[in-house]
Design a protein around this ligand. Structure first.
Ligand SMILES: Cc1ncc(COP(=O)(O)O)c(C=O)c1O
Length: 446
């Protein structure tokens, strides 16, 4: 079998002169959080990036098909995004909301223009966890209710409220958490009780939301939060109609509906700009991070003026939220997505990649399921298609082989059994074909 070759790319990375990987590892082991994990047996050091590619310290190039964990939306160091941040860096790096600054105001206007209906009021924060924390506060302040419904298999952040909403043991510390949060059954058509052959699966899964309202709450809730596709949970796509029914039950119980678009926003799903649109719903609150800033520490919450008014009962302040530099960078990201038609690229290359993954599924028994939308795709690996036993070790092995062949992928799912594909939306067909060729070889080697 021939070794697949990375598509040609006319770019010369700078020579790297910093500490060696061993030295970095030593520093990290001595001075950084011991709980953080590394992906590969021989850790990978990345020192430069350009569009869909990154380089290690030796100058070796890799295709970044994970996009810095779904964060590099328009390409590493996209020239327009870099220029926007650099221009602002030289003028004024920081002000806060106690003064006027054009960047945050103009950025809010541009972001609001992307939202449907009267979702027009923007709050800027520094991360997805913070965005969800604020959304939770908003739902409670507006409704006067306390209980929240989230989903099993969800990931919403690593701060204490995000951890409470999250529903994987992996990320939950054994401390008081999940105050008032109840987790409904994950609407997972592959592992759940209602499969893709059940046209009513969306409603049937949503009935568990109603059941929680009836049996686990006073009958009134503050709200419901869901990712539009579960990312960390392994790219789980809900059956049609799920959010529509869940939202109906929540609103009838006085609650607000929150869409966590941290991974699914900004055109990544291809057919729509926002993931919730793929389910035909309009939330009351939308949270964003990751791809919003193409790598800048930026998150946002967008809601209606009526809901925002509830949060004006007290001062809500965030020192860095909407900082002039990240606002410039976030606005440039919106412009690049538009000008370079990256949503359309997500759709066509996502479809191309998904079709190739389905061909690999026909060839390799290890693939139990192929799923996703646009450039947010996943393949779940199983030891046996009948028992669906998660193929955790095989998944890790495939990631290692792919890395050795120049391809960086992600993994997800409770057991780390699902390979995830979320490259920058600027990839070309040759990149998608490279992903498929490398994966084919890696799967054959298991
Ligand atoms: C769907 C979702 N929400 C929230 C978060 C938390 O974002 P952050 O890590 O920026 O706090 C993540 C992070 O992976 C995420 O995937």
């Amino acid at each position: 079998m021939q070794t697949p070759r990375l598509p040609p790319f006319d770019f010369q990375p700078q020579p790297y002169t910093g500490p060696s990987p061993d030295e970095i590892l030593k520093l990290r082991q001595e001075f950084l959080n011991p709980g953080i994990f590394l992906y590969y047996k021989k850790p990978l050091t990345i020192v430069q990036g350009k569009m869909q590619y990154v380089w290690d310290e030796t100058g070796r190039r890799y295709l970044d098909a994970l996009g810095g964990i779904v964060t590099v939306s328009v390409g590493h160091c996209h020239p327009e995004v870099v220029a926007a941040a650099q221009r602002q860096n030289e003028l004024l790096q920081h002000s806060t909301t106690i003064y006027l600054h054009p960047n945050v105001a103009e950025y809010a206007e541009a972001l609001a223009a992307k939202m449907p209906d009267d979702l027009k009021v923007c709050y800027f924060v520094n991360s997805g966890s913070e965005a969800n924390d604020l959304a939770l506060l908003m739902a409670r302040a507006y409704t006067g209710n306390y209980d929240m419904i989230a989903l099993r298999n969800a990931y919403h952040g690593g701060n204490s409220s995000g951890m409470g909403l999250t529903a994987h043991r992996t990320w939950k510390f054994n401390v008081p958490h999940s105050f008032g949060v109840h987790h409904a059954i994950a609407p997972d058509p592959y592992r759940g009780v209602y499969g893709r052959d059940d046209a009513e699966a969306g409603r049937k899964y949503a009935d568990d939301v109603q059941s929680l309202i009836d049996f686990a709450t006073p009958g009134q809730v503050a709200g419901f939060i869901a990712e539009s596709i579960q990312g960390v949970g392994g790219c789980v796509v809900f059956p049609d109609g799920y959010l529509e029914h869940a939202y109906k039950y929540i609103r009838a119980a006085g609650g607000l509906c929150i869409a966590d678009e941290v991974q699914t926003g900004f055109g990544r799903t291809g057919t729509h700009y926002w993931g919730f649109e793929t389910q035909g719903v309009i939330p009351d609150i939308v949270t964003m991070a990751k791809g919003i800033g193409n790598g800048a520490p930026l998150g946002a919450v967008v809601t209606t003026a009526k809901i925002a008014a509830a949060l004006a009962q007290r001062v809500h302040f965030n020192t860095f939220g909407g900082n002039p530099i990240v606002s410039a960078q976030g606005k440039a990201v919106l412009e690049v997505i538009e000008r370079e038609k990256l949503q359309a690229n997500s759709l066509s290359l996502g479809n191309h990649l998904a079709a190739g993954l389905e061909r690999l599924e026909a060839k390799h028994n290890l693939i139990g399921d192929v799923r996703g939308k646009g450039l947010m795709l996943g393949i779940e690996l199983v030891k046996d298609r009948a028992t669906k036993e998660p193929a955790k070790a095989e998944c890790a092995q495939i990631l290692e082989t792919c890395r050795n062949l120049g391809l960086l992928l992600g993994k997800g799912g409770l057991h780390g059994q699902t390979i995830r594909f979320s490259p920058p939306m600027c990839i070309h067909q040759a990149d998608a074909d490279f992903i498929l060729a490398v994966l084919d070889q890696a799967l054959a080697g298991v």
